[in-house]
Structures are given as C-alpha cells and as structure tokens.
Design a protein around this ligand. Structure first.
Ligand SMILES: Cc1ncc(COP(=O)(O)O)c(C=O)c1O
Length: 399
C-alpha cells in the first residue's frame, strides 16, 4: 500500500494507476439510466455517445439487467465443451444477419472478431493480402491496425505486409482501383464498415459496394463486413450492410451485441467459408462468449428482434429530427452533415473548433465524441424526443 493513496481523489489516483493514451474527459461517472449519465456530484448529462455504439437500447435496460440478475449460468464454461446458450446465440445470429451467414466464432470484443476474420480469410483463400478503406479503424491489434488508417499509431500499424488502402470518395472510380488490385489474385479479403462510422460517418455509393461485391466474387477474394459499430440497429436497419446491398462472406460483431453489459465479439461466416477452413482453422479465446455475456446478448438481441419494427421506426423518426435540428444550427464555419439512422457525423471546416464545442457542451451537460474535426453523435436507438431536444438545445447554445 502506498501511503496516503487511499484518500486521494479519483482524478489523481487515475493518473497514477491507469494507463491511458490521452487524458480522461472531465466526467466522473457514477450511474446511468436510459440516455442520461450522472456524475459524482449528481450532475446530469445527456449521452449522445452511448459508449460509442454500445448501449443501443439505453442504459439500464430492464430485460438485460434481469437476465443477468436471474442468471443461473455456470461461472465459466471451457471453450471445448458443449454449452446450449452458445448454440442458441449462434443460431439467433445466423437468423438475424443478412445473406448466408451461419457459423459463429466466439470472441471477447471487436478487435478479436476482426483478427479471427482476417485469419479465416487467409486460411480459406491461402492468400495473405488485404484491401481496406484508407482512414478507417478496425481495432487495436497489430493485424487490425495494419488494415486501419495508415496514419494511426504508425509505430505499430502497417506491420502486416500487403495491406492496400482505398482512398474515399468511394464511388465507381474507387471500385476500378479495387479491381486493379484484385486482378493479382493475391488478396485474401476486402474489408470495410458498411457505413463508415470511424471515417466521419462516410456512406459509400452503392455503385462502389455493388461493384466491389461482384469483383470479390470474380477474383476469389472474401468480403468482410465490419459491423462492430453499425450492427444492431444503429443505422436504421438491423445491420448496415442492408443499406448498401452487401452480402458478406464474413461479418464481425461486438459493441451493441450485449448492450454494454458484458464484453463480447463474434465473427460469423457463411457455410461455404466454414467448409473451406474445416480442419485447418481453430481459434481459442479463454473468455470468448463467457456465460454472463451470453445471457446479456440473448436478452438484448431477443428484445431487439421482438421490437424491431417499432425500434427501427423510432430510429428513422429521430434521425429526421436530428437532421432537421442540426441543419438549422448556426455553426460559425460551414459544416457537412453525414448520417444514416442514428450514426451522425458533423464535419466542421475549422481545425480545433469541434473540440472546443465538445468541451463547452460537456460543461453544459451534453456528451458526444469528436474525432479530427468531426462531431460524432450516436444517441440510443430508444432516445426520447424530449431528451434528444434537450441535448440538441445544449449543443445549439454552445455554438
Ligand atoms: C468498426 C470497428 N471495428 C472494430 C473495433 C474494435 O472493437 P473493440 O474496441 O471492441 O476491440 C471498433 C472499435 O471502436 C470499431 O469501431
């Protein structure tokens, strides 16, 4: 025990004991309910981050909380055993994901789900190269960083050789550049988010996605769709791939899969891919699909499925409300608003301005995220009109 440490405020202890890349935001969270957070002084904040696409059903969701509280699941199940809830969850994922996706591999989060997808693609195609979108983000492992933005954490990124990045705009011309690369027949997989939340909520042209889909089939390259952020209703459809006509061979899921109650990731593949890697591929993750995570995921996804129509209708209505309000706001510089459902990006044309607005809003009781010069808003799918209004009023007042 270090003398005096017991009585230090959390902010000072945090500095000593927690490894962080950048300083914490000035909010000491103690509880959360719906779309609202409370800090240690009892101050209330409207949450337009929701853990960055994690708490899609709002914090403290009754069904998920009850499922965990009442859980009679074993403390732990070794990955090599049979366990019925694993099969139930995998079957549920196969039912709700688009196209022919069927077999799930168990992961602890998004990065691991991406790693599994990359390894599966390498095994299935006996190739080692990848194509991705320049500036995107797929996780923090060395593999995931190699297919992510070239400029991100450059001392570790780009270590995997043969990762090609396609620069937006993602249109027919960009699809031609993809074709040139695919012709080498050395590309294991093409990977992208269907709506690129990590790139200012970029929405690719269907001319791009449809062509890339065809080209991948033609040249024997697998299509990996990363739905870690877009999955489970975020964009107004259950999965973002449904907006842009994508029928993936592999899909990666995490974040909102448990609604934030427990860690989990999943990599789901088609029967065809599963057959191609039989006997050759195995993946072991000690905590992949921990029983409590599975309880949370089952309760969360069952709620989403049962209430899908009204939830997605609400997302579309709220999306229109956010769009109307944001487009009327008087930002001091020109802005570009990009949004699909409740994945919202507002790009401001002045370096540093987005961060200033963010800081002011936090003091005034509104939380959203900022990356580069983009304000990112990811409200809960269940956000009530009056909370949305409260948050947007704060934003407007802070401009
Ligand atoms: C699109 C996308 N893929 C993968 C990841 C990595 O997920 P995790 O943080 O669960 O490892 C993220 C995280 O933000 C993400 O947004």
């Amino acid at each position: 025990m270090i003398d005096g440490i017991h009585f230090m405020p959390v902010r000072e202890k945090d500095k000593i004991f927690l490894g962080r890349g950048s300083p914490a935001e000035d909010l000491h969270l103690v509880s959360a309910e719906g779309s609202v957070l409370f800090d240690a002084q009892g101050r209330r904040y409207v949450d337009f981050v929701m853990g960055w696409c994690v708490g899609n059903l709002g914090w403290g969701h009754q069904d998920i909380r009850e499922a965990i509280r009442r859980s009679k699941s074993p403390a732990y199940v070794h990955p090599s055993l049979f366990y019925e809830p694993w099969v139930e969850l995998a079957e549920l994922l196969a039912t709700i994901t688009p196209g022919e996706l069927k077999k799930s591999f168990r992961a602890t989060g998004g990065t691991e789900a991406i790693e599994i997808a990359m390894q599966i693609a390498m095994t299935a195609t006996k190739r080692r190269k990848f194509i991705s979108i320049e500036g995107s983000y797929h996780g923090n492992s060395i593999g995931a960083m190699s297919i992510g933005a070239s400029e991100y954490r450059t001392q570790y990124a780009n270590l995997l050789p043969g990762c090609h990045k396609i620069k937006p705009p993602l249109d027919a011309k960009a699809a031609n550049r993809v074709e040139k690369l695919l012709k080498s027949r050395g590309i294991a997989a093409f990977i992208m988010e269907p709506i690129i939340c990590n790139l200012a909520v970029t929405i690719p042209d269907t001319a791009f996605t449809t062509r890339v889909q065809e080209l991948c089939r033609e040249y024997g390259t697998l299509l990996i769709i990363d739905e870690v952020a877009t999955g489970f209703g975020r964009t107004g459809k259950m999965f973002g791939a449904e907006h842009v006509n994508l029928d993936p061979d592999i899909m990666c899921l995490a974040k909102a899969i448990t609604g934030g109650y427990a860690p989990m990731g999943a990599t789901i593949v088609t029967d065809k891919v599963a057959r191609a890697i039989e006997q050759e591929f195995s993946f072991y993750s000690t905590y992949g699909w921990h029983p409590l995570s599975v309880d949370a995921a089952l309760a969360n996804i069952r709620y989403l499925v049962t209430h899908k129509e009204e939830l997605l209708r609400h997302v579309i209505e709220m999306s229109a409300y956010f769009e109307a309000r944001l487009s009327e706001m008087k930002f001091r510089v020109p802005v570009t608003i990009r949004m699909k459902g409740l994945a919202i990006g507002v790009e401001v044309e002045e370096p540093g301005y987005a961060a200033k607005i963010q800081e002011k809003c936090l003091q005034a009781g509104l939380l959203f995220s900022v990356e580069n010069d983009v304000l990112k808003l990811f409200p809960a799918l269940t956000v009530e009109q009056k909370i949305a209004q409260e948050g947007l009023d704060i934003l407007e007042a802070c401009l």
